[in-house]
Write a protein that binds this ligand. Sequence first.
Ligand SMILES: Cc1cc2nc3c(=O)[nH]c(=O)nc-3n(C[C@H](O)[C@H](O)[C@H](O)COP(=O)(O)OP(=O)(O)OC[C@H]3O[C@@H](n4cnc5c(N)ncnc54)[C@H](O)[C@@H]3O)c2cc1C
Ligand code: FES
Length: 271
Amino acid sequence: MDKKRIKAIITVNAHMAANMFDMRLSAPFIAETAVAGQFVTVYLNDGARLLPRPFGVCGADRRTGEIRIVYGVVGEGTRVLSRMREDDEIFVMGPIGVGFPTEGRERHIIIGGGAGIPPLLFLCQRLAKANAGNIDVFLGYRTVLTDGHRNGAFLANDFSEIGVVPKIATDDGSLGFKGDAPSLFVKEIEPASLRNARVYACGPNGMLKAVARLARKFDLDCFISVEERMACGLGACVGCVVKVKDKGEWTYKKVCSNGPVFSAEEVFFDE
Ligand SMILES: Cc1cc2nc3c(=O)[nH]c(=O)nc-3n(C[C@H](O)[C@H](O)[C@H](O)COP(=O)(O)OP(=O)(O)OC[C@H]3O[C@@H](n4cnc5c(N)ncnc54)[C@H](O)[C@@H]3O)c2cc1C
Ligand code: FES
């Protein structure tokens, strides 16, 4: 893995829905080498915020040398990012971390929630391109309403464009199933159809915990992308550890360098 910071040019930074932004960066090395589930860290050109912010790779086009990240504005760092313009230069590092396994299965179940959805689009693109088999996608959102106005569910159309129409859940029932994405999966899926399936999930911790529990119940191969607050993003500060079981013993692993993708069996969730 190359851990050099590189200077990238912002080619798009567009408001896409509610507080979500769609950013494209010219970063040929990352576009060439990224695998689905890996992330980049973005430096903010801001003396008060020196630590980079991590974002999953949402798309990578080897032909144009562009990568895509889709991010929610949740704090000052992402607010600074949202104010950057086309042609601005920005430092990024990546691709970082361990991605999703994509081989060895013919049935793929993708379950995403909120800001965890972007890296799953990249995964879905790569699986579809490789003709990896049958893909089902379940996406959960808090709501598709902003100030009483109806937005689309962000990135849902991008899945449809690659031929995989996602099933949608919203917490408030403003679109699709009322509830979360794991509950929608249970409602829609015929257990007998799950033979030889692998589940991939990314989203809030509560959702990952529910997915891990379902994987155990249905005896499914399952990989989850874990989100922890990060500092260095380089494996150096131990700021991003998650409790995991390794060779039968509980231990801690770093999300930035040992993850962010882990087997669901490994990860400890509070009961
Ligand atoms: C591997 C990885 C991939 C990620 N991919 C994406 C992505 O594709 N799109 C996206 O929108 N976000 C993603 N995130 C989360 C994103 O990094 C944070 O939202 C961002 O760093 C917040 O920066 P900030 O300065 O705006 O907020 P801060 O001021 O640092 O924090 C604002 C609020 O966000 C919460 N927060 C900050 N970082 C995280 C985190 N890592 N996980 C959960 N809550 C957090 C804080 O607790 C606080 O409540 C990812 C995080 C990780 C670890
Ligand atoms: S963020 Fe520093 S070790 Fe992971």
